[in-house]
Design a protein around this ligand. Sequence first.
Ligand SMILES: Cc1ncc(COP(=O)(O)O)c(C=O)c1O
Length: 349
Amino acid sequence: MSSAAAAPLTLFASDNYAGVHPAALQAIAAANEGWAPAYGDDPWTAALRSQLRELLGDVEPYPVFNGTGGNVTVLSAVLRPYEAVICPETAHINVDECGAPERIAGAKLVDVPTPDGKLTPELLRSRLVGFGDQHHVQAKVVSISQSTELGTVYSPDETAALAETAHLAGLYLHVDGARLVNAAEGLGVSLRAITTDAGADLLTLGGTKSGLLGAEAAVFLRPDLAAGYLYARKQGMQLASKMRFISAQLLSLFEGDLWRETAGHANDMARRLGDAVAAVPGVRLAYPVEANAVFAALPAVVIERLHERYHFYVWDEAAGVVRWMCSWQTTPGDVDALVAALREVMAAA
Ligand SMILES: Cc1ncc(COP(=O)(O)O)c(C=O)c1O
């Protein structure tokens, strides 16, 4: 395919629109040396497991293909059929997984409206009801996204407060960490500080949005919860036969500073975009820019005109809120060009 396929028009639609990071491609090529045991019994998977233990503590990590599969199989490993997951209304598991948690994990999702994509202990407590009542679904997991679908992040203390509230009621805390690296970089903390050390029990660790090719990990921060996961992963169709190529990519991201570099860069680009956009008369940031997403409220006619030049998603049609995502591949020039286009379209509106 010619390079015209990567037209600049799609630059801010999603961090998934970015290409594969050269380090990931090199890792795949380097792992392509002869034969290796399949289904995870290979040296790359063993090295990845040790590396993630270095970063996250005494955890049980398992490579998987994608984020939806990671979320669903982790949930299915710990839930009984009558148990439920409490999550923000905006959660990926609630709105962007086509009902997979309900159909495949068999879990009822109890979704909670939030002002900024973040659950709080108070919001959570409002749904901690019906325990012991045979007519009620029994809440067992609280799931939060870090960073959230609205580009906001939970501080270590906010995560710890949720974990404490969940644990007091006998629930586990699951972190959908498709963009955990962006949250950690945004906060300037370690991955461990917002997961294991904050009391989270379960994690879906993202790699794809940092430039990997179909590589994520289901991570049991409490190893005892991993008891049935090998079976849940296979039944959930997330067991890779040629796992070495997934593990090698994740290793390339997490064994050195690549995760920090890629996430830090994406966040920097979002901050540059957010600052510039906020300075355009008539434009308002809808949420604080805390990771690699920028949400802005624009007049409908401006969205329409800008769409002629850039493909991006309208997050809230009624409020005119749009989303621009930055990635490891976004350049300062890309950001400045979008801002210039926005200024032009706003001035003409
Ligand atoms: C918060 C969140 N969780 C999980 C995912 C993983 O989705 P996928 O199944 O496309 O890898 C995404 C991707 O957009 C996401 O934004």
